[in-house]
Design a protein around this ligand. Structure first.
Ligand code: DAH
Length: 368
């Protein structure tokens, strides 16, 4: 390398380094003017620019940069030119540092302000109210029924939903060949247990556990092999009632059911008992009550009959008492059962009981 070459070359190198820097720095130049409006820039872009700027600094001022290489040449420059060359290198370096630092500072401030703005809370905004849960219409109705019977001195029994043949049929005096026992009507588990098809099963459990006298109601789910339609579901709710004591008669049954319905639908409610048949009661009766809407004059709800059919009832069959070791000579009792879903559908004028189990919050929100 000749003197003149060494002399020339480093100065050119400095200029080249500075040019290369300027080219790359161009896109950051806007940040060196702190008064500039950065309104168009979003926070993520600013953060990305900050990172790119840090890389740029390493590239142009770091140990492996062109400028660092040039610095090493200072000692090799002819002594006469060394001072001015040194100053050139320093001035160039200082210019680069200044440009980068100004841009860095603008970005840093911008990011800080933006972050604070983004994280700040507008206390005047309306809060987000947590949505309150609702009790299901069937639950509401069940609770009303329970309250009435608890006030009449009844206990509430909770049965099981999977039963043996004994509880679901045999103890209830349902004969071996009765169609209800068949798989067409009742669901069975693979090991031969029945999903209870009526809450009457709880009569047996309750009398076995509590003995007699007894007054109890048992609300709960029952299952039947029905195809869902507007008035049927394979799963629905019933309430069972049972009262056993010495000297219980049909009059007690009629009085209790009537009092329950008066408390439920108003003091002017009238009841009607029609002869019927159930294996677990003798005599048996189905009961109706005067329509709560039209009070018996006829309307859409009672299909113009003035009456609403509600459930089955009767005097507990001696065989049922015997099945739980109660002597029918000493004790007698009445029982009744009604469907809650159907009652619910009538009261809320639902034209499809499947709505009760479709889990549509908009439906539930209309209650309570
Ligand atoms: N278990 C009957 C049913 O599901 C309803 C019923 C009728 C219950 C008469 C009773 C009763 O306790 O005595 O259709």
């Amino acid at each position: 390398m000749t003197e003149s070459q060494t002399d020339q070359l480093p100065a050119q190198q400095v200029e080249a380094a500075s040019k290369a820097f300027e080219q790359e720095f161009e896109r950051f130049a806007c940040f060196t003017d702190a008064s500039r409006d950065l309104a168009g820039l979003d926070l993520d872009q600013a953060i990305a620019a900050e990172r790119a700027l840090a890389e740029l600094r390493t590239r142009h001022l770091g140990k492996k940069s062109e400028l660092a290489a040039v610095k090493k040449l200072i000692g090799r420059v002819a002594p006469a030119d060394r001072a001015s060359f040194g100053q050139l290198v320093q001035a160039t370096e200082a210019a680069l540092v200044k440009a980068i630092e100004e841009a860095e500072e603008t970005l840093r401030q911008y990011i800080e302000t933006e972050r604070t703005a983004r994280e700040s809370i507008d206390v005047t905004l309306p809060g987000r109210r947590p949505r309150h849960g609702h009790r299901h219409p069937i639950t509401l109705l069940r609770e009303r029924i329970e309250d009435i019977f608890v006030a009449l001195g009844y206990v509430i029994e909770d049965g099981r939903e999977i039963e043996t043949d004994f509880y679901n049929f045999t103890a209830l005096n349902i004969p071996e060949n009765h169609p209800a026992r068949g798989e067409l009507d009742t669901f069975y588990t693979t090991d031969g247990f029945a999903l209870r098809s009526q809450t009457s099963t709880v009569q047996i459990h309750a009398m076995q556990r509590r003995g007699v006298p007894i007054r109890m109601i048992a609300p709960g789910r029952v299952f039947r092999r029905d195809t869902p339609d507007p008035t049927h579901n394979p799963m629905f709710y019933q309430v069972e009632g049972l009262c056993v004591d010495r000297g219980i008669s049909m009059a007690h049954l009629k009085g209790t059911v009537t009092e329950f319905l008066r408390r439920m639908f108003g003091a002017d409610t009238v009841t009607r008992f029609r002869p019927s048949y159930f294996p677990f009661t003798e005599p048996s009766a189905e009961f109706d009550f005067s329509c709560f809407k039209c009070k018996g004059s006829g309307c859409r709800i009672c299909k113009n009959s003035g009456w609403i059919e509600l459930g089955g009832s009767g005097m507990v069959h001696p065989n049922v008492l015997r099945a739980v070791g109660v002597d029918p000579q000493q004790y007698s009792g009445f029982a009744f059962g009604l469907g809650i879903d159907r009652m619910c559908a009538l009261m809320y004028e639902l034209d499809d009981i499947r709505l009760l189990f479709e889990n549509d919050v908009r439906f539930w929100e209309q209650f309570e």
